[in-house]
Ligand binder design. Structure first.
Ligand code: SAH
Ligand code: SF4
Length: 352
């Protein structure tokens, strides 16, 4: 028999109210169900306590609640946990939980694979299969939060969209997911200031995001301080050149005053000279920005190596001498390929 059930988790609240109206159910019932789904993460209609039995049965007849599940987990020597999720249609994506003294950060994916193919990134070598839906982004956070509570005795404090995929090329679903995570009344109530979106730099959508008025942080995967070098490693820079990108970030800053970070992977002999650092300083003059210098994590099949410590230190010092706020971001979970840019569905199961 053809399955005509609709995925109830694809509706916004207003859409759900409209669908309920077609079924002869009042708006307040739709709101109750919506709260169960998103605030309480309850997907079984029969567990929705203030919903009558006849309505539970009706919901079961008309709707599905597509689910995402943890497929495999792997734990690093440093406590970082890498999680392989299976989507409802059997695709694989990955998330990571990174514990530190004062935080537990979840790194989540926004696409199956990635639309782009940056030359240094393992995810870029995967085929892009599809965008994730908002509910699948929400599911990753929800599942990682439960796992963090179980494993470390404390839940997530921060969320970064730095897993697989380019979040701003899945704009609508990523935006919906932000509301689902952030909404106090009807979502997980996760503070926007604790959420960071990382982008390879999609000019038009950085501006759109600025206009949404959310208090989220934005990170740019910059990785080079001139167009020539950036285009060599990130093809997206051809259509979204640095001048336009920085202008879009300036717009984002002026609109929101939210925190902006530039991520810069130090690649030995490519972008780690003092001249590169000085060029980078020039890009940091227009509005407050923090630089995260990232140690390159080896990816098979790329021509890149991480910078020598001595070059990294000089690079950092040059930025600081020129009053640019910068730090080196420690790499976590390297032994299990859970570090930035290493997510490529290589995962070995471990019971934790
Ligand atoms: N697509 C988005 C978000 C995911 S990538 C983006 O590109 O920003 C998350 C971060 O990991 C980005 O800053 C990315 O440039 C960086 N990264 C990719 N490959 C890496 C590698 N091999 N070593 C270290 N960082 C890497
Ligand atoms: Fe995609 Fe980001 Fe990797 Fe580039 S760095 S291929 S945009 S995930």
């Amino acid at each position: 028999m053809l399955n005509t059930k609709k995925n109830i988790r694809n509706y916004s609240k207003n859409e759900l109210i409209a669908v309920f109206a077609e079924l002869g159910e009042p708006a307040f019932r739709a709101k109750q169900v919506y709260q169960w789904l998103w605030k309480n993460s309850i997907l079984d209609f029969y567990q929705m306590k203030n919903i009558s039995k006849p309505l539970q049965i009706k919901l079961d007849e008309h709707f599905e609640t597509y689910t995402t599940a943890i497929d495999i987990t792997q734990i690093s020597q440093d406590g970082t946990i890498k999680v392989g999720f299976k989507t409802y249609d059997n695709e694989s994506v990955e998330g990571v939980i990174i514990p530190s003294e004062d935080r537990v950060t979840a790194c989540i994916s926004s696409q199956v694979g990635c639309t782009l193919s940056c030359k240094f990134c393992a995810t870029g070598f995967l085929p892009r299969k599809r965008n994730l839906f908002a509910f699948e982004i929400y599911d990753q956070v929800n599942l990682l939060n439960k796992l963090a509570e179980k494993q470390y005795g404390r839940g997530l404090t921060n969320i970064v969209y730095m897993g697989m995929g380019e979040p701003l090329l899945n704009y609508d679903e990523v935006l919906k997911s932000l509301y689902l995570l952030n909404d106090e009344e009807e979502g997980l109530g996760f503070g926007a200031k604790r959420i960071t979106i990382s982008t390879s730099g999609i000019v038009r959508n950085i501006k759109r995001l600025a206009d949404e008025g959310l208090k989220i942080n934005l990170a740019l995967s910059l990785h080079a301080s001139n167009n020539d070098k950036r285009t060599q490693i990130m093809e997206i820079n051809k259509s979204n050149p640095l001048e336009e990108l920085l202008e879009a970030f300036k717009y984002f800053y002026e609109k929101t005053h939210n925190k902006i970070t530039y991520e810069y992977i130090l690649l030995s002999g490519f972008n780690d000279s003092i001249e590169d650092a000085k060029e980078l300083v020039i890009l940091c003059q227009d509005f407050p920005v923090y630089i995260n210098l990232i140690e390159y994590n080896a990816v098979d099949g790329t021509p890149f190596f991480k910078s020598k410590k001595e070059h990294r230190d000089k690079f950092l010092q040059t930025l600081r001498d020129n009053n640019v706020a910068a730090k080196v971001r420690k790499s976590r979970g390297k032994d299990i390929d859970a570090a930035c840019g290493q997510l490529a569905n290589k995962i070995a199961n471990q019971t934790i």
